[in-house]
Ligand binder design. Sequence first.
Ligand SMILES: Nc1ncnc2c1ncn2[C@@H]1O[C@H](COP(=O)(O)OP(=O)(O)OP(=O)(O)O)[C@@H](O)[C@H]1O
Ligand SMILES: O=P(O)(O)OC[C@H]1O[C@H](OP(=O)(O)OP(=O)(O)O)[C@H](O)[C@@H]1O
Length: 212
Amino acid sequence: MITIALSKGRIFEETLPLLAAAGITPAEDPEASRKLIIGTNRDDVRLIIVRASDVPTYVEYGAADLGVAGRDVLIEHGGAGIYQPLDLEIAKCRLMVATRNGFDYDGAVRQGARLKIATKYVQQAREHFAAKGVHVDVIKLYGSMELAPLVGLADAIVDLVSTGGTLKANDLVAVEHIRDISSRLVVNQAALKLKEDRIQPMLEAFAGAIGQ
Ligand SMILES: Nc1ncnc2c1ncn2[C@@H]1O[C@H](COP(=O)(O)OP(=O)(O)OP(=O)(O)O)[C@@H](O)[C@H]1O
Ligand SMILES: O=P(O)(O)OC[C@H]1O[C@H](OP(=O)(O)OP(=O)(O)O)[C@H](O)[C@@H]1O
């Protein structure tokens, strides 16, 4: 059996055409079903539905052979035990620093102020500000980071931005670009060796589908 870990929503939707290119069709839609293990048209392939940030953990421990995870999530996880053979170029966005519109971010940084940063991406926030020599207190949140500067929890956030619509709706502005993000195919290192005969053709089909 080959087990593929996916998260519901954009990763699942954007991975569907790649699975199709490898001849894999899910038997059910995870949005419509409460099932966490979903069969496919292939007896030897199943999907497991997990939180986006849990995909690397399932793959690291071999509970899933393959998975699809954002670069944001992979960097936070650290990537131990995981092979990352393909950038699937799906779920594209940017990791950015954002503040309330009108907050003098450059001034605060210039004056060496200690900034409060709210984020789900604690590692990447720490690294970003350490590299700039800016002192920060990082406050870990699990979602809706955009709220934090509006209610005085933080001076700035580190979050994902795609269209910019969420920032705009909350009167926030992006002040720094940290990195471009897309999702990658991740593979358990042991599984790649032990199940190479079945995993390698899948990797080739995915690569073909994205034109690599
Ligand atoms: N607005 C966006 N546009 C494009 N890609 C995005 C966007 N937001 C997040 N992503 C990418 O898609 C991945 C999955 O996002 P999704 O919203 O499904 O999960 P999440 O809510 O961030 O994670 P979790 O449920 O683990 O907290 C993210 O890790 C990121 O790489
Ligand atoms: O620039 P935009 O196009 O507005 O996208 C940015 C938003 O997308 C992500 O949230 P998502 O939609 O995944 O919601 P969730 O993570 O809170 O479920 C991210 O955390 C931002 O809030």
